[in-house]
Design a protein around this ligand. Structure first.
Ligand SMILES: [Fe+2]
Ligand SMILES: [Fe+2]
Length: 393
């Protein structure tokens, strides 16, 4: 069976003839960089439920109770007085980059990087970090809006309760990323066009489960992995604190998606599942496309086409970059758990094979991981134990 025999084509799903069409990816750059407000019709009906039985869905009820205990305050629980040494981080990243180039035997002759000295590489690391954190912030606002929509559209009371706690979580996330960018770095990058297209598609879909699939499973699944990698690499104590606490919430959010959709997807037909598979595929490709970080190259004055040829050509790389692959390490097992990977003769599995990410299918899914990742409760417990220890002494 050919890969496109069933369902929509790449052209229909992605708006370009081939998934790895670099020119098509790059020509969809964001041209509205000065826009302040952006409007999307959400096409949904708000649903009241008169069934108030709390705990009818025990997994969601448990998550809601956990969320109420694990709220934190972005203004007071993070130590904003800490100085952030962005130079140290950028230099370390520039060193790592040059080691990778050396190991790979990269030749810069005839490329825009031929005349680059260390200051340019350090500046690239600065810009890349600022760009990444800016996209995290924009994604957080997408989560804020999507979850507010879920409060309105999901038919189950336990899910409405839980989603309401997530709305508060996401407000806090937008707040702390914006504060970090504004007060510790040099401000924001505009939203990446591929991320914006994805958020628009998620919000515009009228079906309540598509909001969950796009946001809780795909965007937040990727965010959870990306935050984990950023937590490992940043030397900055404030950013580490921030990411630990945000991840503690995000693990619950992804669990919310898995727990809710598991029940709903069990009752869908093959044709309905295919629509979800196509949506998951579109989301995966949009998220991959944004990692070309074309806005950074524009700001560095480098022709984006030449830069990505050296760094990251999708057609050739096929996500052989292990860091980029790892970003999908939460998404793929969750898609498998939901039946999305293998429904319709493995439609999504074949696409994930092309994207080079199927190898994560048996990694742990995120249904229960939030219990181990609850940094907020762990810190409170440790503080209480330290206090009772000093009382006893
Ligand atoms: Fe978030
Ligand atoms: Fe979230």
């Amino acid at each position: 069976m050919s890969i496109d025999a069933l369902g929509s084509t790449d052209e229909e799903i992605l708006g370009r003839p081939a998934v790895d069409d670099l020119e098509a990816i790059l020509t969809t750059a964001n041209t509205d960089v000065d826009e302040v407000l952006h409007t999307v019709a959400d096409n949904a009906e708000s649903i009241f439920t008169w069934d108030y039985e709390k705990g009818a869905r025990p997994g969601l009820d448990k998550l809601y109770e956990k969320a109420k205990h694990s709220q934190w305050n972005g203004s007071t629980d993070l130590d904003w007085s800490l100085d952030v040494d962005t130079q140290q981080f950028a230099e370390a990243m520039a060193d790592m980059q040059s080691m990778q180039f050396e190991a790979g035997g990269v030749d810069f002759t005839g490329t825009p990087f031929e005349k680059w000295e260390r200051p340019e590489w350090v500046e690239l690391a600065h810009q890349t970090q600022q760009w990444s954190l800016s996209q995290f912030m924009h994604g957080e606002q997408g989560a804020l809006i999507c979850t507010a929509k879920i409060v309105e559209t999901v038919p189950w009371i336990d899910a409405k309760y839980y989603a309401a706690t997530q709305v508060m979580d996401e407000a806090r996330h937008v707040e702390v990323f914006a504060r970090y960018l504004d007060t510790k770095l040099d401000g924001h990058y505009p939203i990446n066009t591929h991320l914006r297209m994805l958020l628009d598609d998620i919000i515009a879909d009228s079906r309540w489960d598509m909001t969950y699939l796009g946001m809780q499973i795909m965007v937040e699944g990727l965010a959870l992995a990306a935050f984990g990698m950023a937590l490992q690499t940043t030397p900055d104590p404030l950013l580490k604190q921030l990411l630990r606490y945000v991840m503690s919430d995000e693990a619950r959010h992804v669990a919310f998606g898995v727990l809710s959709l598991q029940e709903y997807y069990a009752g869908l037909t093959d044709a309905e599942m295919l629509e979800r598979q196509e949506f998951a595929y579109e989301a995966a490709v949009r998220m991959r496309d944004r990692f070309l970080q074309q806005e950074v190259w524009d700001r560095m004055g480098v022709d984006v086409r030449k830069a990505v040829k050296l760094f990251d050509v999708p057609a050739e790389v096929k996500n052989q970059d292990p860091f980029q692959q790892l970003l999908f390490s939460k998404i793929v097992p969750n898609c498998k758990k939901l039946g999305l990977l293998d429904a319709n003769d493995g439609w999504l599995r074949k696409r994930f094979d092309v994207l080079g990410v199927t190898q994560f299918e048996d990694w742990v899914d995120t249904g229960e991981e939030y219990l181990a990742m609850d940094a907020v409760s762990q810190d409170r417990l440790a503080a209480a134990e330290a206090a009772s220890g000093s009382d006893a002494a």
